[in-house]
Design a binder for this molecule. Sequence first.
Ligand code: NAP
Length: 279
Amino acid sequence: MKIGIVGLGLIGGSLALEFGDRAHELWGVSRNPETCKAAIAQGVVRHASTDLASLSEVEFVILCSPIPTILPILEKLTQYLAPEAIVTDAGSVKGAIAAKATALWPNFIGGHPMAGNTETGLQAAHRGLFEGCTYVLTPVDATPPRALEVTRSLIATLNVNLVLATPEAHDDAVAFISHMPVFVSASAISACTSITEPDTLKLAQTLASSGFRDTSRVGGGNSELGLAMAQFNREAVLRSLRVYRDCLNDCLAWIDREDWDSLQSFLEKQHQHRPDFVE
Ligand code: NAP
């Protein structure tokens, strides 16, 4: 299949590597001409350009640029696409994109690979990023069955766990398990930087190891992405952060009152709940 990938960064570059390995022909579009040159030189795509018109012959497009650019890019892209071309995106929010994108291009279906790391850009792209991950597709009532079936079949070849959800349900769920943790994690890093005693700060930096690496990963990652999560999924992110703040306030009160029974019961419950979310 002729596949176009817009945005040759961590997600777009990694998808291009995977689909290239599966004998698809890849056309890349990115903002920076240097990225396009590097993508060809590194064998990430066979063709690359800064011009969306270069996608006029592709059958399938995956928009992998930052969230605020997805709709403006789709709006420009529609004038070049073949009428039967299917478009999906990889954006981490879906409600702000799905309905408008479907109005712009009926053969649109939202998508979101639940995979990533703290790095950004083409140099961070690598094979295996999506192996075993959950990949959400968010069809709406107007999504043509063919668009869903072609997208589902193509994405399934990545060895992912495919899940269908409405854009709204997706956004409510990822607010809790993906977006809220970014601000919790960033706040944890920020709290550590508030250590004023230089020797203590140095010691804390020396002692930080696997626990802190896990806790700080999502908050110390792509700041542009974190900002867009808050801007484009604002209501759900606010709801989840308020719930989190209540939980934290409970912990503060129990520790302050030395109410160790309540604190212990809370921690035991979370030990039981964690496997409900991650193995
Ligand atoms: P990234 O590494 O920063 O890659 C985005 C790439 O898009 C950049 O390398 C940039 O390439 C290109 N770009 C920026 N503006 C553009 C434009 N106007 N036209 C064409 N290309 C443009 O970010 P990412 O982590 O891959 O995220 C990309 C998308 O995937 C986002 O929508 C994000 O929500 C979603 N996503 C991210 C993660 C994650 O954890 N990182 C996970 C799932 C989904 P140049 O070098 O050409 O400037």
